[in-house]
Design a protein around this ligand. Structure first.
Ligand code: ZN
Length: 361
């Protein structure tokens, strides 16, 4: 994610913190200070935010380490003011595994809250809930309440919350995956609507959450629909076979000419029959501005790129392209370049398939 700093690594997973996080710390510090409180109170306020984010990080690690048990890697974890995001390489295909991955995040917060409760209880330092508030009250008891809030919030049965995944996984043990996702997404959007409606009259923050949930549900539903329509189709049925290539020694001027004379945006760079790189339009434009058009392509092309096999399934390639954020992937057969797959041409393929399936009805 842009605007994030790496804090470190845990179990091989990069932990990042988003810049907006500093805004929250600044805001908490400032409000405490402005309320005329002491430096100590301000520091405790900031300390509370840090402790809260520690709990969010442990929550995300709960997801990641469970996924790791099923052989799924986590690319990174980013801490944002609204919570954490663990980017798993993929979701498990088995609904039971998805259920565990989704549950183990909130379970971590249940454990933290339980540990805090027991130690507060044993030290006799529990205060009645009436005297507690979000921003004031004893530190550890407040942290316990916030962890319980995290559990409740994340278990809302709507995408992209963990509860939405739990619901889908439960449905998917009995129904087809697409159907389960569709039902879970519809329930999620229903909940988002109710949240938004209540929020209009009470708390604007609820409207914001509702919007977030609504978009998340719609995205998940359409993503799964795309994946199921790509099911069982090999890459070579959808790939572009009429395309242009560049040589490592071609210049950026050659690339510009090819770009303007056709509709292709990214070009495979070939040496003999082997693909040695991909020149993507974004890099081309940057290099044109910085180095001029006589620069050889070899210095600008991406050499660390994804390729696909002609007989690979389009569905798995699509998931890979999603996770590497690739727009164009060269397709090879026995190491020889035979085609290109782009996000646009997958979209075209889907529209054509949809039109053909309507004709049949
Ligand atoms: Zn979670």
């Amino acid at each position: 994610m842009k605007w994030s700093w790496k804090l470190g690594e845990i179990a091989g997973i990069g932990i990042y913190i988003h810049a907006t996080f500093l805004l929250v710390i600044g805001w908490v510090g400032l409000t405490h200070w402005r309320e005329g409180q002491s430096l100590e109170a301000t520091l405790v306020g900031i300390g509370f935010v840090l402790a809260l984010f520690g709990c969010v990080l442990l929550h995300e690690l709960g997801h990641s380490l469970t996924a790791k048990k099923y052989g799924i890697k986590t690319r990174d974890i980013t801490l944002l003011p609204i919570g954490g995001v663990a980017r798993l390489e993929r979701m498990p295909d088995d609904p039971k595994q998805e259920l565990w991955v989704a549950l183990m995040g909130p379970a971590v917060n249940v454990v933290i809250a339980a540990v805090l409760f027991i130690s507060l209880f044993l030290t006799n330092s529990l205060v009645p809930l009436e005297s507690m508030e979000m921003t004031s009250g004893p530190f550890w008891e407040r942290l316990m309440m916030v962890n319980l809030f995290l559990v409740a919030f994340n278990m809302i049965p709507a995408f992209p919350m963990d509860g939405g995944r739990v619901l889908r996984a439960l449905l998917a043990t009995r129904l087809a995956y697409t159907k389960a996702t569709h039902i879970a997404a519809t329930i999620g959007q229903g909940i988002a609507f109710i949240f938004g409606f209540i929020g209009l009259f009470t708390n604007p923050f609820l409207v914001f959450i509702a919007l977030f949930v609504w978009i998340g549900a719609a995205q998940e539903s359409s993503m799964v629909q795309i994946q199921s329509s790509l099911d069982g189709i090999p890459v070579n049925q959808a790939m572009i076979t009429n395309f242009r290539t560049l040589l490592p020694l071609s210049t950026l001027a050659d690339a510009v000419e090819l770009t303007l004379s056709g509709s292709q945006q990214d070009f495979p760079v070939v040496e003999g029959e082997r693909v040695v790189g991909v020149l993507v339009q974004g890099d081309l434009l940057v290099a044109l501005a910085q180095q001029g058009k006589d620069t050889p392509v070899s210095g600008v092309m991406q050499t660390d790129f994804e390729t696909a096999e002609a007989f690979e399934m389009l569905q798995t390639l699509f998931v890979r392209m999603q996770s590497c954020n690739c727009r164009t992937v060269p397709v090879t057969r026995f190491g020889r370049l035979v085609g290109l797959i782009t996000m646009e041409n997958i979209g075209e393929f889907l529209r054509i398939e949809a039109a053909l399936s309507q004709k049949k009805l």
